[in-house]
Design a protein around this ligand. Structure first.
Ligand code: ADE
Length: 469
């Protein structure tokens, strides 16, 4: 991922960003930092970049011209390679508050611009032309935008696949699932008379997991009652839906993994929007409920939507109302056990973007662009066996809504259990994160259905449909 920073103090960021984890990721080529000194772009012969505000008032303002030209130096290069405008964050106490959710969203971009303000601010006219996101660190005022930009860059960059060495560590921590992280201990076993909690020395991983979850809950309740309330409210809905788990698993997992936000709710029905996608998921037990809900939604939906429904009458109503196309029938399958599965072929790892063409040939369903984004998000995995040299023999991936999919094994390597290894490996990865693994299989895909049965996934008998525009 590439970060461009428009600043009057490039040395400050050079120093700060080229250290430690981010510095090493930059050396490996996973991140790159490009500081643009706004002063280099001024047309003023004395190098001035600020002036008095019209109408009077304290302090000076950054002028539009140097900021705009500094921005154009980055934007024109970007526009020669991409369609649309480069995402540009202006760090300002007047923006929306920076959160882990926004960090996740911004980590999905390939390039980002940060504009660091100074003095009393920046001429409004240039902000109107270049800024896509106004973002604040919190309700306090700092002397300039460099420190907040560095904080945001750090939080975003560490989510880029490969930046943190242990792929798990970005996910088992504070704010994952909106709970605070459990307490951690290292050697010695007793320090200042305080022993390490016994369960952590037991070697019983199931008990350790249960203890950690309990600690997370307790800590969140005590320290962040606001987060805890949100968690409790989500758990109540999930519990209600769990009566029909096979049918509702996608909604339950979207909520418990915190991958979606509620767009609208009416009585017991609600509509979720999956973060950073055009995908929606609907909970409505009847056509009447769905009609009422969408009446209330008004035009809160995006122009191009993709939505998963499981009632024929609701399907027909939505098709009509939003002029959608109905995709094929599919069935959900979920893994409800806690024991992990044996994996025969163990060399499974995130797919390199160099394999995009190959993978797109294997899995053309969602389009090359979608696959590219999923690979860049570290959500597609290849299995490597000796016969294939350095290339993968098959793939599996996680869709944007968290479901497993994209499973494919190359023709010459079939009937060796590779598909089974891939899916078992991915199931185990979910279990380590307290997630319920699930997938959808297309009607008539006998091989996929056989695999789900072999791995003990529970298949839902009710069909589902994707509707999209
Ligand atoms: N610039 C000055 N104060 C700031 C804040 N709180 N957040 C982001 N940018 C700022």
């Amino acid at each position: 991922m590439r970060f461009h920073v428009l600043t009057l103090f490039p040395e400050m960021l050079e120093q700060g960003l080229h250290q430690s984890i981010l510095g090493r990721a930059a050396q490996r080529g996973q991140l790159s930092f490009h500081m643009v000194n706004i002063r280099d772009y001024t047309e003023d012969k004395h190098g001035k970049v600020d002036d008095y505000p019209y109408g009077g008032g304290a302090g000076m303002l950054m002028q539009a011209q140097p900021v705009y030209d500094a921005y154009r130096s980055v934007a024109s290069e970007y526009e020669s390679r991409h369609e649309g405008k480069i995402r540009t964050v202006y760090v300002t106490p007047q923006g929306k508050t920076f959160t882990q959710r926004l960090a996740r969203e911004l980590a999905g971009e390939e390039e980002l611009v940060f504009l660091c303000g100074h003095y009393e601010g920046v001429d409004e006219r240039v902000l109107e032309e270049i800024v896509t996101d106004y973002v604040s660190l919190g309700d306090y005022v700092l002397t300039g935008g460099e420190l907040p930009a560095m904080v945001m860059i750090d939080a975003i960059a560490r989510l880029v696949p490969g930046v943190l060495h242990n792929g798990e560590s970005a996910e088992n921590e504070s704010f994952h699932n909106n709970l605070l992280e459990y307490p951690q201990y290292s050697r010695p076993e007793i320090w200042h008379g305080k022993p390490v909690p016994e369960v952590l020395l037991s070697g019983n991983h199931r008990n350790i997991q249960a203890w950690r979850l309990e600690q997370s809950l307790q800590r969140t309740r005590e320290r962040r009652p606001d987060l805890y309330e949100g968690y409790r409210a989500r758990q109540d809905i999930i519990r209600e839906m769990s009566v029909r788990k096979r049918k509702n698993i996608h909604l339950m997992e979207l909520l418990s993994r915190d991958l979606a936000q509620e767009v609208c709710r009416r009585e017991r029905s609600f509509l979720l929007h999956v973060d950073n996608t055009r995908t929606y998921a609907l909970y409505a037990e009847s056509e009447r409920d769905a009609r009422g809900l969408f009446e209330q939604c008004g035009d809160a939906l995006q122009e191009k939507i993709r939505i998963l429904v499981y009632l024929e009458s609701v399907r027909d109503f939505l098709k009509e109302r939003y002029d959608l196309t109905v995709g094929g029938v599919c069935y959900q399958a979920c893994f409800t056990r806690r024991e992990s599965l044996g994996v025969r072929h163990r060399d499974i790892r995130p797919l390199n973007i160099e394999e995009l063409d190959r993978a797109a040939g294997w899995y053309p369903v969602c389009g090359r662009d979608y696959l590219r984004r999923r690979i860049l998000a570290g959500a597609v995995f290849g299995v490597y066996i000796n016969d294939c040299g350095t290339r993968p023999a098959g793939i599996i991936g996680l869709h944007e809504d968290g479901s497993m999919g994209m499973l494919y094994v190359d023709e010459p390597y079939r009937r060796q259990g590779l598909a089974s290894s891939l899916e078992s490996w991915l199931i185990n990865r979910h279990l380590r994160r307290y997630e319920v693994p699930y997938c959808r299989v297309g009607e008539g895909n006998a091989a996929a259905i056989r695999l789900q049965e072999k791995l003990n996934l529970c298949l839902c008998e009710e069909p589902m449909w994707w509707l999209e525009k």
